[in-house]
Structure formats: C-alpha cells, structure tokens
Design a protein around this ligand. Structure first.
Ligand SMILES: Nc1ncnc2c1ncn2[C@@H]1O[C@H](COP(=O)(O)OP(=O)(O)OP(=O)(O)O)[C@@H](O)[C@H]1O
Length: 636
C-alpha cells in the first residue's frame, strides 16, 4: 500500500506546487476578483467590494448533521426555509398613487395583511410570513396539456358504474386515478421538509414526480387532433407537438415514438433547412452528460412537405422549463414556493398600472415568500455549470442558455435542444466568444432565478436584492458571470466559487439515492410475486382449454387449484377465514423458488390429502401456463 496515503493533511501553504488549488489560489487575486471589483464598482452598490477570501466560499456553513429549529437554519441548508422577506423601512406610512384617474391607496401597515385587497398586498407584502409548505396536492403538480387525453390502456368507469372515488379526497394525477380507480394511498404525516430536502428526498415529492412522468408517458393524446402532422417521420411515429411549444416558422418541437424500440424521443424540426448540417452536430452527439439532453441523431426529411432537418433528442417525461417552473409567475407552482402572487391587473394586461406595480416584480416575489431557498439556487447552478463545463470542454458552446431552453424533471436540470443553435447558425465560427456569451447567459439566468423574475433589467436593483437576500458568494458568482471585463472568463473558475456547496449537492443526491433504495427494498419483490399470482390466476378455474372443460380440474392443474385454496381460502378450526399475509407471501416465495419444502393440500370434500413439494407445484404451474400460452397463439 502506498504509505503516502497516511500523510497528515497539509495546510494550504504546504500544498504541492503542481496542485490545481495552488494554481487557483495564486491567480484568484487577479482574474475573478479584479473583474468582480470592477463590476461592483460599476454597479455602485452600497456594499464594499468583496475580499478575495469571500470569493473563495468563506461563508459556507456545513449543515444537516444536526437539525436546528427552523428559525436557526442557515439559509442554504438543505432543510432551510426560503429566505425571509426583506423588511422595508417605515412600514406604517400610507402611499397613494393616481393611475388613469383612479387613486390607489397603499397601506403599508402590517395589519392590512389580512385584507382582501390585492393592491394593498403589494405594499404590505414585505411583512408576509413565509407560508407553510403546502400539503401534497398532486393535482397542483400535474402539468396542463394543450390537448385532451385519451386513455388507451385503462378502463374508465362509465356513468352507471360505481366509482370508488366518489367519496374521499380529491383525485390525484390522471394516471394514478386510472391505475387505482380511487384515492391514492395517502402520504404519511407531513414531513414539512423545506429547501433541497423538499425537492430531493421527500418521499411524497418523489412519488408525485413518478406519477407525473407516468401521466406523461402512459396517457396518450388523441392523434386525430393533429391531422397536419405526418403519421411518421423516418423511424419515428405518433408525433405530437410538445406542450407549450410555440408554432413559428423556424422550428417546431414534437414528442414521437421510436418505431423500433418504442422509446419516446423529443424531435426538433428545423423548417426549410437547405444548407448542409453543421459538422458540430456530430460533436454534440458525442456529449453524454446528466445535465444535458442528449442528441441521439439527426436527419433530413421531406415528410413535412419541405426539406426539414430533424434533431432527435432523448425524451424526459413531464419536463418543464425553468421559465415555467420558476419564472413565469403563473401561479401553478405553489408547491415550489411558486412565484404566484395576486396580480390585480391580470384580467386586463393592457390596463395602466401604477408605477409601484410595474417597478418591482421581484419585490412581489419577496412579498409572496416566493424567493427560492439559497440551497435550491446553488443546486440549480451546480447542475447548470456541470452541463456547461461538459459543453465547453468539448469545444462547443451552448448558444441558447435561456430559461425556456433549460428543462427540469424532478430535481434534475438539463440543458435542452443542444446543437439546434449550431444547426441554425452553422456559419458562426467563433466558439470562444460564444462560450463567453454562455457565461453571461448563465449569469442572467442565475439573476433571474434569484429574483424570481426575468425582468432584471435594472441590474443595480436586482443585485441589491440578491445581496440583501443571499450570501455574498452567490452575489459574487453572478457578478463574475455578468462581468464585462475583457479578461476571459471560464466555467472552470466557477468551481472554487461553488466550493463546499458542492458537498451539499452531493449530500442531497445521496439522500435521494437512500430514499430510492429504501423504497426499492420495500417494493423489490412485488413484481415477482405479482407475476406468479398472475400465472396462478390464468391457470386456476379456467372454464376450458382446447375444448376440454375439465382441463383446470384435472392433472397438474388440480394440484394448483388445491394450492390456491390452501393459499387464499384457509379457515380456522371454527370456520373463520384465516388471513395471514406473511404466510401467504412466504408460500408464494417458496413456490417461486421451487423449494423442496412440502405442503399438505386437502381436497374440498376433505376426503383426500396430497403432500407435494413446492418444486413439484412450480413444475405444474410452469407446465400449465406454458399450455395456455401455446393455446393463445393464433395458429395453435
Ligand atoms: N428533451 C425533452 N423531453 C421532454 N420535454 C422537453 C424536452 N425538451 C423540451 N421539452 C419541453 O418541450 C416544450 C416546448 O419546448 P420548446 O423549446 O419547443 O418551446 P418554445 O417555447 O416553442 O421554444 P421555441 O420558441 O424556441 O420554439 C417545453 O415545455 C419543454 O418542457
């Protein structure tokens, strides 16, 4: 064994000279900090420029090994609540404003919080308390579709049929409602997890994510609604426009099914594409990264009555864009602490708005307690920088890092439609400049997420909000990304700024893996037992096979019938049903394993007893099932 592994930890000044950390520390005083100071100077923020050490993640507090009471949690703890609303000075004044002849009064008195006036709420918002995490309502999480769904696989109860869901809690996801024909198993007691914990490893959240995906995958839209879309394009069929896709002349997105393997794919069709496909698309095909939607292939087609280039990507069910999830403020995402605020002007978008209303979309987000917990922001940034790093390292540039082009499902972030921009602008050669633009775009995206609005044009005000709400490290990271200094920025420089927060992400992922493993260990045998039950059900009490009405009552099948009675219809000595699920599971496991253990089977008239091993029973079952399978073939 290499004895050097036992050497004690060396302090920073004792780091080996070839260490990357040494390289970084020796130059960190020049590149990032200089540009940060420069940027801060330009923004004339009140706060003094950060010192070098602040840039180097000095404020991070390890967490989670001890869970303090909620009010003591650091803002970026995985358990941490969203940042508190910013208190505003002078909360008792009344402000009035005349808009279009109407005078609006803004009571800034915190007592007015309970009034129903939407306008008042915009002034007194800053004193709103952070809402409790809503109890899980799956319907909030299921995404709206622009088309009605048909249910090809599952029976829907007709009007006269009893509906088990008639009484009980509100129905959950459409898929779940079809699967269970009734209420889902109720989630356990509310765990009231917040921050990363709420999204990464809360079992109820994980469960609802899975239902959302199943909704998306199993509930088919009615393809007749799209008569203009070809039945198939190359090897892809069942094309459906992707939810939220805007129809325009340059490109269209579809979900489709691969006819060879049945997998879903996301297609990006570039209309009237006459130039040769960019060579960079081949490079994009090589990129396989968990934070990038993989480009599988591309081809030209005339199926759309023009020459289109079609890019084929991996499909991620129930994916939503960052725009829809965090920035659109459409109120559908309260489970995310959504940026849903009451907009008193929503009924008439063109109505003149008070200056106060226009000015501060981000302050409204503060008012709703809708700012994201810092840990969630870092998680998004860690994933985005990981994806971007892979892209830049491959000598490519994303060119479209926008909230509408980054998708999320569950807690995973993926950069979507990579390569489409290269295909559209195949004559753009300056990758280095495009990579710099990517970093600026990442900065804009980070700022938008931090302020929960895309209206961050007032950079100084936005940065002030960030500085007052989040750690100096987050502010510095955004400033670095947005810096206009001529020094070349690199995605690699972001890693030291993320620093120990990386561990938070790793820890959350490990906890998520634990949650999955726990769940898997509980469910792992269910499929196996279900399969053997299905086999038994197919064989037992079959009225006839191959015109033989006695088939299931004779030969091997008779033993299986007695075994079924033994399993499900045993009674106690005084004639009561004997229900012992552990015994039942044990017997099914023995049958599946075909063990040598013996079981006594009694005929229904109690006149004869058969002693058989599970191995024999298994053999009987396999034989009988095989016979049914053969009889089911059309030419049998
Ligand atoms: N790989 C994917 N798997 C599943 N869904 C995806 C995937 N990529 C994107 N989506 C979803 O497709 C939808 C439409 O995306 P798209 O980028 O086409 O929207 P758009 O607003 O019309 O953009 P554009 O104006 O550039 O055409 C988005 O809601 C997004 O969540």
């Amino acid at each position: 064994m290499d004895p050097s592994i036992f050497l004690p930890y060396a302090p920073p000044n004792g780091l080996p000279q070839e260490s990357k950390l040494v390289t970084y520390m020796s130059r960190s005083t020049s590149t990032p900090t200089r540009s940060l100071n420069h940027a801060i100077g330009k923004l004339t923020l009140d706060s003094s420029p950060p010192g070098v050490k602040k840039v180097l993640v000095s404020e991070f507090i390890p967490m989670n090994y001890y869970v303090p009471p909620p009010n003591m949690l650091p803002p970026e703890s995985p358990e941490g609540p969203p940042p508190p609303p910013i208190p505003m000075a002078n909360a008792s004044t009344v402000h009035q404003e005349n808009v279009g002849g109407t005078t609006y009064f803004y009571s800034t008195n915190s007592d007015s919080l309970n009034t129903t006036s939407g306008l008042n709420s915009s002034a007194s918002m800053v004193w709103l308390t952070i809402p409790e995490e809503p109890c899980m309502d799956y319907s909030l999480l299921s995404t709206a579709r622009p088309y009605p769904l048909v249910y090809p696989y599952f029976h829907q109860p007709g009007p006269s049929e009893p509906c088990l869901n008639a009484v009980g809690p509100p129905m959950v996801s459409p898929y779940a409602s079809q699967m269970y024909a009734g209420a889902l198993p109720q989630p356990g007691p509310s765990t009231n997890k917040q921050g990363l914990a709420a999204t990464f490893y809360n079992p109820e959240t994980i469960r609802s994510e899975i239902y959302d995906r199943n909704d998306d995958v199993y509930l088919q839209p009615d393809l007749n609604q799209f008569p203009d879309i070809p039945d198939s394009v190359d090897m892809y069929a069942e094309l459906v426009p992707l939810e939220g896709a805007v129809t325009h002349s340059m490109s269209t997105s579809y979900r489709a099914t691969n006819r060879q393997n049945g997998d879903y794919v996301a297609l990006r069709r570039l209309h009237s594409y006459t130039s040769p496909a960019s060579k960079r698309l081949e490079m994009w095909k090589q990129i396989d990264h968990p934070n990038i939607v993989r480009l599988e292939e591309y081809f030209s087609t005339k199926a759309f009555n023009d020459i289109s280039l079609v890019l084929v990507y991996q499909y991620h069910p129930a994916a939503v864009t960052l725009m829809n999830k965090y920035l659109s403020g459409n109120g559908n995402n309260s489970a995310e602490g959504g940026a849903a605020y009451h907009d008193p002007f929503s009924s008439d978008p063109d109505a003149p708005r008070p200056y106060t209303h226009q000015k501060n979309a981000m302050l409204r987000a503060v008012a709703c307690g809708a700012l994201l917990p810092e840990a969630v922001l870092w998680s998004l940034l860690v994933q985005l920088t990981a994806g971007l790093r892979a892209i830049h390292t491959a000598g490519l540039a994303c060119r479209s890092l926008e909230p509408t082009k980054v998708i999320m499902n569950g807690c995973r972030v993926r950069i979507a439609w990579c390569g489409a921009a290269d295909a559209l602008h195949s004559n753009t050669n300056d990758v280095v400049q495009a990579q710099q633009d990517d970093l600026t775009a990442l900065g804009r995206l980070a700022l938008a997420l931090a302020c929960r609005t895309i209206h961050c044009d007032n950079l100084a005000a936005s940065m002030e909000l960030v500085a007052r709400t989040y750690s100096a490290d987050l502010k510095n990271l955004i400033l670095y990304l947005l810096s206009s200094s001529p020094a070349r920025r690199s995605v690699i420089d972001l890693m030291p700024m993320i620093g120990a927060r990386f561990y938070t992400q790793v820890e959350a992922l490990e906890r998520r893996a634990d949650a999955f493993e726990d769940q898997l260990s509980q469910e792992i045998d269910n499929g196996r037992l279900l399969r053997i039950l299905i086999k038994l059900g197919i064989v037992n009490e079959r009225p006839e096979l191959n015109l033989d009405p006695a088939w299931s009552e004779t030969g091997d099948r008779y033993m299986l019938k007695l075994f079924r009675d033994y399993l499900f219809h045993s009674v106690t000595t005084d004639g009561r049903p004997w229900l012992d699920q552990a015994h039942l599971t044990h017997c099914l496991n023995q049958l599946d394993g075909g063990t040598a253990a013996k079981v006594e089977l009694m005929s229904r008239d109690e006149q004869s007893v058969l002693v058989v091993s599970y191995a024999e029973l298994k053999h009987c079952l396999d034989q009988a099932f095989e016979e049914v399978m053969q009889a089911s073939e059309p030419d049998s």
